[in-house]
Ligand binder design. Structure first.
Ligand SMILES: Nc1ncnc2c1ncn2[C@@H]1O[C@H](COP(=O)(O)OP(=O)(O)O)[C@@H](O)[C@H]1O
Ligand SMILES: [Mg+2]
Length: 369
């Protein structure tokens, strides 16, 4: 047979050529239990990729395996095209050109910033250490703080020290395991911005692990959504949000409205408890049991709903004023729908109101049994 049609596997091989990191069908076992069940992804140089998923889904295990701290029980890991883990192959962690940034910054309080950062270079000449430390401190904006002690630094500065220390050895890839999850909400948000800015400045390929969807969505070039040792979806944040691949993806990321229904013969229309739900995006999954997914910020309440492709009557169950918007709980024959609407929307509790969603804001995923 002639190979005139595009073979998706060839296409992906071509795309992955030059990948900084390529993980292929990776499996990791602890005794009899498989914590990671055959996952594959590739990262381009300079990319910020996040492994996101609930606690216990295998994020840390995957990261440790990339670092060489955990043996793979199947599959391969290649860094810059060289296999570091695979059948009969296990390159030692220190030979992989990788550094890891952990939750606690572990900045030594009794050492100066320069000493903290230079520590990883011990063995090199004094002048070389001094030059490299200076270069890296400049890069992360800590040059003026070189002589300060660990105790004299703010949280943000400590994070810079930790990052400087991780990059001073010039690793090919940086791994982060929930580096911000010990911080309180305010500081965490600030650190998120700062960390991303640093990563962009340094331009280092990064794999970041978090269970926090906001962190993942706001920081990453692409997100690997994991569940129970497998990849549920891999895409840019916007696509995962707009077109979740499954019920799990729809509910884990953001707040989604779900209406359970059956396709009506067409792949863009479903019937649910007497309602019709229409999408612009034909259903690509198996079977006819679907969930219509749409976001609360795309639900229109009141007269403006009349011109939308999806238009239903709903009873207003509850109103909550949240400053920037009004959170409306609506009852439809199919169940509850939440809407985020402008605060001046004329609605009252107990009233029946028209509710609408544009077809392009609705997405169908397979309904789980
Ligand atoms: N050293 C270990 N021995 C046995 N099981 C482990 C070990 N480390 C992790 N696991 C199990 O592997 C699964 C994945 O864990 P982990 O990678 O730490 O998840 P995450 O980082 O996503 O929270 C969990 O079920 C966990 O209990
Ligand atoms: Mg973990």
């Amino acid at each position: 047979m002639s190979q005139t049609t595009a073979d998706p596997s060839t296409a992906s091989t071509r795309r992955n050529r030059g990948a900084a990191l390529e993980v292929t069908d990776l499996r990791i076992k602890y005794g009899e239990t498989e914590a990671v069940k055959g996952i594959s992804f590739a990262i381009q140089p300079g990319e910020f990729l996040t492994l996101l998923g609930p606690s216990g889904c295998g994020k840390t295990t995957t990261l440790r395996c990339i670092a060489g701290l955990e043996p793979a029980s199947g599959g391969t890991i290649a860094i810059d095209g060289a296999v570091v883990a695979g059948p009969g192959k296990h390159v030692q962690p220190e030979k992989r050109g990788i550094n890891m940034v952990f939750q606690s910054y572990a900045v030594w309080p009794h050492m100066t910033v320069a000493k903290n950062v230079g520590y990883g270079l011990k063995g090199s000449s004094k002048s070389e250490i001094a030059a490299r430390v200076e270069e890296v401190l400049e890069l992360v904006g800590l040059a003026p703080y070189a002589k300060r002690y660990g105790t004299e630094l703010s949280g943000g500065q400590q994070q810079r020290v930790a990052l400087a220390r991780a990059i001073v050895t010039r690793p090919k890839i940086l791994l982060f395991d929930e580096p911000l999850s010990n911080l309180d909400a305010g500081l965490r948000e600030q650190m998120r911005v700062e960390l991303l800015q640093l990563q962009r400045t340094v331009g280092i390929t990064s794999v970041y692990v978090t269970h926090d969807q906001t962190e993942a969505m706001s920081m990453s070039d692409r997100v690997v959504l994991m569940r129970d040792g497998q990849i549920e979806q891999l895409d840019v944040p916007r696509e995962i949000y707009r077109r979740p691949a499954s019920e799990f993806a729809a509910t884990f990321i953001g707040r989604a409205n779900l209406i359970r229904g059956s396709l009506t013969g067409e792949k863009t229309r479903a019937q649910a408890a007497g309602l019709t739900v229409t999408t612009e995006d034909p259903y690509r999954g198996e079977g006819t049991d679907v969930l219509a997914v749409f976001r609360s910020e795309n639900v229109v309440v009141g007269p403006d709903a009349a011109m939308l492709e999806n238009r239903w009557d709903a009873v207003v169950e509850r109103l909550m004023f949240l400053g920037r918007h009004l959170d409306v709980t609506l009852r439809l024959p199919s169940g509850i729908v939440r809407a985020e609407v402008p605060i001046d929307t004329p609605v009252t509790e107990g009233a029946t109101v028209p509710v609408g969603v544009r077809a392009r804001d609705v997405h169908f995923v397979r309904a789980q049994a």
